[in-house]
Structure formats: C-alpha cells, structure tokens
Design a protein around this ligand. Structure first.
Ligand code: KDG
Length: 314
C-alpha cells in the first residue's frame, strides 16, 4: 500500500561550481530538484511508499529526471505523465560560503505547470494515508492551483491527512495578497502545517513561533510545526507546546532542500506510529544531514544512515 501522495514540479538544477553572481559563473554541475520530489526521495530512502504526480517534457531534462526517479525504488511512477507539448523546467543555483544561495528559474509554462484537471480527477486516493502539498505547486500556474484544491477535496473525501509546507517562492506569484490568501486557504484545510519561521511571519503577520502557531490553531488547524533551521523547531497542537532542539552540524554546505528533508523525516515518523515530538525530532535530524551536502536531495539518507546519525549525535 502506498503511504503518501504528492504533486509538484521536478526540475534540473545547475549548481554553480564557483562563487559569484550567476551571470558570471562558467562552471555548473547538474542535479535534480523539486520540493515535493525531494520529499518523495526522502520518504523512499527511509522505506516508505510514495506516489509522485507530475508531468515531464519529452526532452533530455525530462528523461534525466525520469531516470533519477527510477533509481528511487519506493517512488511509484504511475502518475508521472509525459508530454510533447511543453518542456521540462530547470533552474540555476549560486554557490555561497555563507547564507542561502541565490536562484533563478526557467519554468514558465513548463510541462509540470500544465497538468490537466481531468487527469487529477481520475487519480484514486483510496490507498493513501497522507497528501503532501507545498506552496510552490499552486504558485506555478492557475491550472496547478485548481489541481491542488481538487486533490485536497478528494483527500478529504478519502480520509487522508494533509501535510502542508508553504515553501514560499515570492518570485512565482504576481500578487503578494493572492499568495497569502491562497497559501492560508490551503493551510486551513491541512492537518499539519509546517512553515519555517520567516514564512510563518509572512502568512500570519505574527512575529514569533508561538504566535504563528496560535494563529493557525485558532483557525482550527490541529498541528503546527514551525521550522527554526539549525535551532530546531517549535511544535504546537492542542496538547503540545514545545521547542525542540536541532542537531548541530559544523560543515554546512547547502541549505536548499533542508525543509523538504525535515518534512520527509516528519512524515516518516508519523507513518511509523511516532508522536508529534518524536516525528519532529526525526525531521530535525534529516534537515541537519541534508545541509552537509551540495545538492537539493543528494544527502537524503537511508533509514540505516539516519539511525546512525541520530545515535552519534544524540
Ligand atoms: O525546497 C527545495 C526546492 O526549493 C528546490 O528543490 C527547487 O522546488 C524547487 C523550487 O521550486 O524552488
């Protein structure tokens, strides 16, 4: 039985091999990206079944992405479509020695932003436990926004729990007000909302993790996990209010993908019957492991490697 289903845009990422502005960089290495794909890879490596809904162009980038997905044995590919009509998206990522890298997207009107609603309507959700959504998917096109809300409706009809990572990408939205309204509408339909603190501030207008969480609890969201980077996370439900310390790592290489790794670890915990705090701790460990690797998902560990990290860093 598949455990999790998610929808999103996979991309090829070109990672700068030298520091400096993207326009000046001459050497790049190729990698695989896409928030929901990162989560899928994370879950797959930890041994959970996951279905990934997307559309790839019939082009070398699409073929590369498909080959990479085929290597992840627990990702089900039955909802990966291919098309001749649109191209696969890609993006560039700068190299930095401190802070977050800068990124530039080539993804307008991409294959993944053009999935037909009819295809989504035919998806059978009866075998899944969780639907995972990020705020990137409804940002890439109106079609995808409709697809996300249709999936949420279907998930509720089928008794799935919904996890939501706002993953704010302001450059993909034409209006900030529309962005906040859309992302909060998804948040209010979710069982688990997992923003980072910066996103929480933008979406709620509140200034600290407790107030951010309270905002959503008052709207009826049952579980809020505010990611705090290397510090850890803040967990809030009707019976929990707790700061959980993160794992310390000294060799931070690339922070992109750490939030997705957290979500993969968190969902893995829930799927294994762990409670909110234990699951968040697995999320913290996954995030810490990932930032010590270059790509968006290269560092995602197997279950054994994760256990080893937790034991060595407890
Ligand atoms: O969370 C990491 C993602 O941001 C990255 O893999 C690329 O999906 C991506 C995006 O849209 O930024």
């Amino acid at each position: 039985m598949d455990n999790v289903i998610t929808i999103g845009e996979p991309m090829v990422v070109f990672i700068a091999e030298e520091e400096g502005e993207l326009k000046d960089v001459n050497k790049f290495s190729k990698g695989l990206a896409g928030s929901e794909l990162n989560v899928s890879i994370g879950l797959s490596r930890l041994g959970h079944g996951v279905s990934y809904i997307t559309q790839l162009g019939n082009d070398p980038f699409g073929e590369y992405i498909f080959d990479c997905i085929e290597n992840e044995i627990n990702i089900d590919k039955k909802y990966i479509k291919k098309t001749d009509n649109y191209s696969t998206g890609f993006y560039m990522k700068s190299k930095v020695s401190k802070g977050d890298p800068s990124i530039f997207y080539y993804r307008k009107n991409s294959a993944a932003s053009n999935i037909d609603l009819d295809f989504i309507k035919k998806i059978d959700l009866s075998n899944y436990k969780y639907l995972h959504i990020t705020g990137i998917t409804p940002a890439i096109s109106e079609k995808m926004r409709d697809n996300v809300f249709t999936l949420i409706e279907k998930a509720k009809e089928n008794g799935l729990k919904i996890s939501f990572d706002p993953n704010i990408r302001e450059s993909l939205w034409s209006s900030k007000i529309e962005m906040i309204e859309t992302l909060n509408k998804i948040a209010y339909s979710s069982d688990y909302i997992i923003p980072n603190v910066k996103e929480g501030k933008i979406l709620t207008g509140k200034n600290n993790p407790e107030d951010i969480a309270n905002f959503y609890i008052e709207k009826g969201v049952k579980n809020v996990i505010v990611k705090l980077g290397e510090v850890g996370c803040y967990i809030r439900s009707n019976d929990t209010s707790e700061y959980l310390q993160g794992f310390k790592v000294s060799n931070v290489v690339d922070t992109v993908g750490a939030g997705d790794a957290f979500v993969a670890g968190f969902l893995s915990g829930l799927l294994s019957g762990k409670d909110l705090v234990e699951s968040s701790s697995i999320g913290n460990a996954m995030g810490a492991i990932t930032v010590t690797h270059k790509g968006d998902n290269e560092g995602l560990p197997t279950f054994e490697k994760l256990q080893e990290f937790i034991e060595n860093n407890a």
